[in-house]
Design a protein around this ligand. Sequence first.
Ligand SMILES: Cc1cc2nc3c(=O)[nH]c(=O)nc-3n(C[C@H](O)[C@H](O)[C@H](O)COP(=O)(O)OP(=O)(O)OC[C@H]3O[C@@H](n4cnc5c(N)ncnc54)[C@H](O)[C@@H]3O)c2cc1C
Length: 414
Amino acid sequence: MTTSRVNSSKPIKNTHFEQVDLVIVGAGMVGLMLAAALRHAGLHIVLVERAEAEARLSLGLDCRVSAIVQGNVNILQSTGVWSHLQKLAQPMSSMRIWDGQEQGGIRFDASEIDEETLGYLVENQHLVVALKATLKESADVELLCPEAVVSVLRHKSGVEVALESGRLLKTPLIVGADGARSWLREQADIDVFSRDYEQKGIVATVKPRFGHQGTAFQRFLSTGPLALLPMHDGLCSIVWSASNKMADDLLALPDNEFLLALNLELGGVLGGIIEVGARAAFPLKAQLSKHIVRPRLALIGDAAHSIHPLAGLGVNLGLRDAMVLAQQIVDARKFDEDWGDVSVLNRYMKTRLPDVLATMVSMEALHRTFTVQLPAWITLRGLGMKAMGNAGLVKQLLMKNSTGLNLPVPRTIE
Ligand SMILES: Cc1cc2nc3c(=O)[nH]c(=O)nc-3n(C[C@H](O)[C@H](O)[C@H](O)COP(=O)(O)OP(=O)(O)OC[C@H]3O[C@@H](n4cnc5c(N)ncnc54)[C@H](O)[C@@H]3O)c2cc1C
């Protein structure tokens, strides 16, 4: 028997283990999505979350928001989550991108790809609440919160999991959905490739003078991208990436001076920004786990990979991880396969890697494209953006890519 200990505690002896079908560590948006996708699969699922997520309010909205691309809205619809979220989601019908030099600039309209929207903006807390509401439809999913895993022992035949409450579980598979600083990944001795941007993303809700009409704005400054995203009641959310020092300075400014700095960079779009709510900042890192699966262990969402938020695609990747893993588990069960076996988990990994790697590479390329400040490069970049703005087919392809509409539509989980 090969035993892989995932923590330093001793094996648990002479105790009774309760057999379950799946343990998920972390009930953020991605862990909840996996459980929601599997809620009617007839599996006993235990979801362990260490703390109820607190919303950080800014002008009454959660300052953490996510742009959910249209391809992933289709996933949320097919899993029944969307019906709990739709009323709270703000459609985004167009996007305007320009750079720090005022050269060129592109506008994307959903109508150019025959869609009504490019995607939707949702408050993270609303997506979490919608996913939890979906889980209530099933008695097969146990959401334990607050709860912690204190030890994990991976054997050839299954995983033994000890919870802080004293409960002991045995499962064929444990999934790490516990975020970028994944405890499970660390305890399994899985290292990461990491790129520290030495930047922070400042987030806040702001009020523009005029209505946003469902348009998102993104300006690529030499110091980092600044996004203005449409939300409810005419409000917008900002994600302003800047060096750690600059971000700290911006955070320390009184509201009126912060508004001045913000309006200077946004150049008066929407008639100027007239109010800002509480600000928060998050360190920005790109990270890829060196192993996404191990025998009886799989990583999903930020535990497997995290990216710069400049295109707002992080949780979008995670939602697709959750769907693909759910499909592999259901298929394995149908064909009497052990879904914790690494051969099944490798199918999940191989399906997901091309999407994850392509997104990571394009985020890095985009970041470099807009941070290089050589004069010749700036001219070239401006010309490139102008050309793209005029090239219908290239632009359509880019839009299909960034909205996830060219990805295979995941099968419904039954
Ligand atoms: C400024 C900023 C803006 C962003 N904007 C966007 C956007 O517009 N669109 C987009 O797609 N993405 C965006 N992202 C990325 C997105 O927020 C993440 O990709 C997403 O939150 C990852 O979800 P997750 O569920 O994998 O991890 P997390 O959201 O980190 O959730 C992990 C969960 O696991 C729990 N947990 C952790 N450790 C343990 C443990 N030991 N035991 C039990 N539970 C545990 C945590 O409490 C948490 O609930 C942005 C990120 C930043 C920083």
